[in-house]
Design a protein around this ligand. Structure first.
Ligand SMILES: [Zn+2]
Length: 280
């Protein structure tokens, strides 16, 4: 559990550092390779593999994951360190490793390499995802607000709520009976990792009232001339937090870049169960 609020503040001030795309690599200036190897999932296997390649390839982006059957996939993009490097020679070098079960090596074409081994992403285990540039999402959001006015904004809020409910259910099933404020922290950490925005939490009243500050919020980072707030994220936050707590939370966006503020701020408050609110 993260006890240090000063560490959290430092994190909030940190310059945003994005991940490189895992699906492709482009460098017109140098011959590069995409290497995929299925290796035995035992300690030392990856160390052995990378050791065999260290004089040949300078890796710029790589990933590895277990297949759950005693083997694991390692996949990496790298720049060639030798002028006359070839796919065949690298494949041979890799296959010498006693830990490697099979491998594929592909050289760049006009500087471009695309990972043709993997098809698609899992944003979390068994939860499939796709990548859409923020500019594309912003255009869809803007067009909804432009065409349908307040109904368009309501759609964004409702779709944010629907997805937030799903995310809340997913997290709840996995995080079990942990402390509720910690689960909200986990939700915000996932927003940051996904690139939805650098979100930080302030607990104003434990289990009942939270202030969430979002720098680099994806929803208002591009365009937005037809919108005045981040309705999708507001819906997602309120709904995910409601689902995580089994209580009903309302979300209000008190600051937003679309209204001239330098960041977005959401207040999440638990509804008092006794009072029925008749205004809609
Ligand atoms: Zn906003």
């Amino acid at each position: 559990m993260n006890q240090s609020s000063s560490a959290g503040e430092k994190k909030a001030e940190r310059t945003t550092i994005r991940q490189l795309p895992l699906g492709f690599y482009f460098d017109a200036g140098i011959r590069s390779f995409h290497i995929v190897a299925r290796i035995k999932n035992v300690p030392g296997a990856l160390y052995d593999l990378l050791g065999r390649l260290q004089a040949n390839v300078d890796f710029v982006n790589s990933t590895s994951h277990s297949l759950g059957d005693g083997s694991a996939i390692w996949s990496g993009f790298g720049k060639s360190l030798l002028d006359d490097e070839s796919e065949g020679r690298l494949k041979e070098l890799i296959e010498w490793s006693p830990f490697v079960l099979e491998c594929e090596v592909k050289g760049s074409d006009h500087g471009l390499l695309i990972d043709t081994f993997h098809s698609g992403l899992e944003v979390a285990p068994d939860r499939l995802g796709i990548i859409i540039p923020i500019a594309g999402a912003a255009q869809i959001f803007d067009r909804l607000a432009q065409t349908y006015g307040s109904a368009g904004k309501a759609i964004l809020f409702q779709e944010g709520s629907a997805l937030g409910k799903e995310s809340g259910q997913y997290l709840k099933a996995r995080l079990g009976r942990g402390d509720f404020d910690w689960k909200v922290e986990a939700l915000l950490a996932i927003y940051r990792a996904y690139g939805w925005g650098s979100a930080t939490l302030e607990v104003e009243d434990p289990n009942a009232r939270f202030k969430v500050t979002v720098r680099d919020c994806f929803e208002c980072s591009e365009m937005g001339k037809f919108r005045k707030g981040c309705d999708f994220l507001r819906g997602h936050l309120a709904s995910a937090i409601s689902t995580l707590s089994d209580k009903e939370f309302e979300g209000e966006e008190t600051k937003c870049k679309l209204r001239g503020d330098s960041f977005c701020e959401f207040l999440l408050s638990r509804n008092e169960p006794k009072e029925l609110n008749s205004t809609s």
